[in-house]
Design a protein around this ligand. Structure first.
Ligand code: B12
Length: 225
């Protein structure tokens, strides 16, 4: 059984792209979804890192450099609809450079039409719904199988997955929601570089252009000010 390394990436979308001339009012927040998935994998002793490419405004080339340094077996992208084109492009580049890396994605975008998304991208797998348990099962699968066996013989057994067979998207039965949310560890925020540089306010007023700190400011209500 091999040790599987997972790199979770927050795609490089800037507040300028998202908000245009209102960019200064847009927030730049830590990727909570990836922190939750990472904490779940860590609980089970898995090797996982997070790359917040949005926060650092990383280019595709920077991202490829980070991938080559860490040499993960799995690269996973968080995907909201405005990020999907960037995720598709990065997935194509990764598969071209490293066909043996399993490239996966999850997030709210895939509640729409994930079979279409898998057919029109180089993503190997799309995770629909809550990602914690599904991701763990993916890691455990790759510990046992090489990527080709995994995609041929294992993917069908994992709930909440969408995959491709001969170019056609297939969707597995949905994964049940985690009922006892106390079984999910606190998000692995320690995998993010520095909390001080995230900007939490939704609309930063001109007089309040400041960096928010966690957790003190959130608890003291600044987040909602
Ligand atoms: C809080 C929130 C925000 C916050 C913080 C976002 C953040 N970066 O953490 C703020 C206000 C900044 C925000 C901004 C935006 N948001 Co918002 N936001 C939410 C909200 C209310 C909760 C998101 C959340 O934290 N959920 C908790 C986490 C743990 O759940 P999750 O993200 O869904 O992740 C789980 C699964 O999706 C999956 N998963 C997610 N990523 C991955 C990756 C992999 C590899 C895998 C395997 C699984 C996986 O596993 C996770 C754990 O179970 C949702 C609505 C909702 N109720 O979900 C909208 C929502 C996500 N936002 C949305 C949008 C559109 C945006 C913006 C793009 C708006 C805009 N035009 O600017 C921006 C994006 C900014 C950014 N850089 O992220 C949409 C996305 C719709 C879509 N089709 O993609 C949603 C769904 C609201 C809606 N119904 O329209 N948002």
């Amino acid at each position: 059984m091999k040790a599987v390394k997972t790199l979770l990436i927050n795609p490089p979308i800037t507040t300028e792209t998202l908000y245009g001339k209102f960019a200064r009012g847009g927030s730049n927040q830590p990727p909570l979804s990836l922190c939750y998935i990472a904490s779940y994998l860590l609980r089970y002793g898995k090797d996982v890192r997070i790359l917040d490419a949005a926060k650092f405004k990383l280019s595709a080339k920077d991202i490829m450099t980070e991938i080559s340094k860490y040499a993960p077996h799995i690269v996973g992208f968080h995907t909201c609809t405005p990020y999907f084109n960037a995720v598709k492009s990065l997935a194509s580049q990764i598969k071209l450079l490293w066909p043996n890396i399993l490239v996966i994605a999850g997030g709210p975008h895939f509640l729409g039409n994930p079979t279409d998304d898998i057919e029109n991208s180089k993503l190997d797998i799309i995770v629909v719904g809550e990602g914690e348990q599904t991701c763990l099962e993916i890691v455990e699968g790759l510990e046992q199988y090489d990527i080709y066996d995994f995609l041929l013989n294992f993917v069908q057994s994992v709930k909440g997955l969408v995959y491709r067979t001969n170019g056609t998207g297939k969707i597995n039965p949905p994964r049940e929601l985690i009922q006892d949310i106390d079984t999910i560890p606190h998000p692995a925020r320690h995998l993010l570089p520095s909390f001080d540089t995230y900007r939490l306010l939704l609309i930063t007023s001109v007089s309040q252009q400041r960096q928010c700190r966690l957790p003190e400011d959130v608890h003291s209500g600044v987040f909602f000010a």
